[in-house]
Design a binder for this molecule. Structure first.
Ligand SMILES: [Zn+2]
Length: 81
């Protein structure tokens, strides 16, 4: 669920809102619906996402290594007279 930042055009309040589907943002200070969504989010999300992607890649590599090891053992066992 996305959290957006808004500026209230009526009172100038800046606030963050978690917007559910079809929900209209309203200023928490003056309850005006005349709010503008900010485009940029100053959140360090990329580092977090990057770390998650790296962990997923490492997990995949570990799995692939395990499969390769198993295949090699099976190959060696099959060819071990
Ligand atoms: Zn307001």
């Amino acid at each position: 669920m996305p959290i957006y930042e808004y500026d209230c055009a009526t009172c100038g309040e800046a606030f963050e809102l978690l917007i559910l589907r079809d929900e209209r943002p309203v200023c928490p200070a003056c309850e005006s619906a005349d709010v503008t969504r900010k485009l940029s989010l100053p959140r360090p999300k990329t580092a977090k996402t990057h770390g998650k992607a790296m962990r997923a890649a490492k997990k995949r590599d570990r799995r692939m290594n395990a499969e390769q090891t198993r295949e090699r053992i099976e190959y060696e066992e099959a060819h071990d007279d």
